[in-house]
Design a protein around this ligand. Structure first.
Ligand code: FE2
Length: 144
C-alpha cells in the first residue's frame, strides 16, 4: 500500500470514530442547549459520513482496499471512542479536540500527497481542512 493510501485509510478510520461520536452526542445531549446541539451534531455527522465515503473511494481509485469493517477501522484509528457520559459543553469540547486532530492529520496527509505528485488526494483533503478549521473556530466561540 502506498504511504498516501495508508494515510487515507487512517483518516477514514478516524472519521468513522468521529462519526459515531457525533451520533452518540446527537442522541444523548441534554440540557438547555439541546435543540441547537442536537441539530449541529446531526449536521456534522452527515458531513463526516460523506467524507468517509470520499476517502474510501479515493483509496480505491489509488488501487488499494479501504478499511471496510469496524474492527479494522478501530484498530487503525487514533481518535478515541467516547465511552463516557459528557455534559453538553463536554461534548462540544471533545468534538473540537477531534476536529483539531483531524485537521492536523488532513494537512499532513495533503502535504504528503502533494509531495508525491498525487494532486487528486491533495485536492480532496485540503477543502476538508479548510471547512473544518472554520467549524473549529465556531466551536471555540461557542465554548466562550
Ligand atoms: Fe436524529
Amino acid at each position: 500500500m502506498s504511504p498516501v493510501a495508508e494515510s487515507l485509510n487512517k483518516l477514514l478510520a478516524n472519521y468513522q470514530v468521529h462519526y459515531q461520536k457525533l451520533r452518540n452526542y446527537h442522541w444523548n445531549v441534554r440540557g438547555p442547549m439541546f435543540f441547537d446541539l442536537h441539530m449541529k451534531f446531526e449536521e456534522m455527522y452527515t458531513g463526516a459520513a460523506l467524507k468517509v465515503d470520499e476517502l474510501a473511494e479515493r483509496v480505491l481509485a489509488l488501487g488499494t482496499k479501504p478499511l471496510s469493517t469496524l474492527k479494522e477501522q478501530l484498530a487503525a484509528a487514533t481518535l478515541a471512542e467516547d465511552a463516557g457520559d459528557p455534559d453538553a459543553l463536554g461534548m462540544v469540547a471533545n468534538t473540537l479536540a477531534d476536529l483539531e486532530a483531524l485537521n492536523t492529520e488532513l494537512r499532513a496527509a495533503a502535504k504528503q500527497a502533494g509531495e508525491a505528485g498525487d494532486d487528486g488526494t491533495f485536492n480532496l483533503l485540503e477543502p476538508f481542512a479548510d471547512e473544518q478549521e472554520k467549524t473549529a473556530w465556531m466551536l471555540r466561540a461557542y465554548l466562550g
